[in-house]
Design a protein around this ligand. Sequence first.
Ligand code: ADP
Ligand code: MG
Length: 232
Amino acid sequence: MNEVVSLNSVTAAYPGKSILSDISFTLQKGEFVYLVGSTGSGKSTLLKLLYGDMNPIKGDIKVGSYDLSSLQRKQIPFLRRQLGIVFQDFQLLPDRSISENIRFVMRATGWKDASKIKQKIGDLLMEVGLSSRADAFPHQLSGGEQQRIAIARALVNDPWVLLADEPTGNLDPVASRTFMEILFRIHLGGTAILMATHDYQLIQEYPARTLELTDGKLKDHPIGMFHPQKFY
Ligand SMILES: Nc1ncnc2c1ncn2[C@@H]1O[C@H](COP(=O)(O)OP(=O)(O)O)[C@@H](O)[C@H]1O
Ligand SMILES: [Mg+2]
């Protein structure tokens, strides 16, 4: 299967407030796509629909091998194994070391074999360039390093899709670029990535297809064709 995400005529709202109206798009295996739009335009809402944290009013959503309209609550943990998620505020457990943070998610998603777990943690830390920090605690890492651990944790089950909601929002420019280099490597390795951001400077430096939300509608800009009027 080459389509890893598909939305077909999706409409979503909060009580009394329309957010997305009749939007459709697909993501192919390994594609890198930005999701942009002003604050409040519905970027986080769209991501919530994809990770099963909210239901659309109408329309079909498919993620990985799951059709979300027929998804039962008890299947959500299985959906989440085909999805990795990274948020702006890292969300690491403060009282556990880096390797314990990753191990915690692995155990929670069914990993049992201790030596396989150890091996995978080593591979993941290598992938994000933090092999030497396995025993450090989150507060001993910079924000950029914590965000790289959050990516490693999101990749434990080799997801088909990585969703990132303003992942560089708390990072300085240098850390943001290191983060982007890692994301692009993951994308070239075959994982599709949908990254919500309003850092237009980063998009110019790391061009990719860009989905733009405005007034509940989605505009699809091919790679290199998103030219916002204003930078901020
Ligand atoms: N749980 C909620 N209940 C009601 N309104 C919400 C809720 N979450 C977000 N909103 C509103 O929906 C709109 C879109 O929010 P959001 O998807 O977070 O936008 P973005 O991520 O693009 O900033 C905003 O106006 C926001 O205030
Ligand atoms: Mg948001």
